[in-house]
Design a protein around this ligand. Structure first.
Ligand code: 5GP
Length: 115
């Protein structure tokens, strides 16, 4: 059997996380090591390792990421002040967990993207 990654374990509640949202396609929970006052991860329920593995079949799932990100931003009261959505891909993109996810960051001015 394939070994579950940390996000898969969070999704099926094998390990704990502060889960804010879950439906049939995606799950959102707070990042364990927040880089901003609000730092939430939105992840696919099924394993898509990286953005390179996304296919046409994932259109609904990926569309839902943005809808749920906007809903969570409103709930966290950062919609008006603003926020940043980030997807890291592979080594040069800074991806650590090979389970497709989007970072939702906000709660302070984030400044320009520093490379
Ligand atoms: P990446 O660099 O892959 O885009 O981001 C992975 C993110 O997952 C990091 O921001 C890291 O802090 C977060 N993370 C890693 N392990 C855990 C965990 O066990 N629980 C939670 N909630 N977040 C985690």
């Amino acid at each position: 059997m394939e070994k579950k990654n940390i996000f898969s374990k969070i999704i099926c509640r094998e390990i704990s996380a502060d889960i804010l949202y879950q439906d049939d396609l995606i799950t959102a929970f707070r990042d364990i090591n927040p880089k901003a006052p609000t730092h939430i991860l939105i992840v696919t329920n099924t394993l898509i390792p990286t953005n390179n593995d996304v296919t046409e079949n994932d259109e609904t799932t990926l569309g839902r990421f943005f809808i749920v990100a906007a809903k969570i931003a409103r709930k966290e009261n950062i919609d008006k002040t603003g926020y940043r959505l980030i997807v890291n891909c592979n080594h040069h993109g800074g991806q650590e967990i090979y389970h497709f996810h989007m970072h939702l960051l906000g709660g302070k001015p984030l400044g320009p993207i520093i490379i």
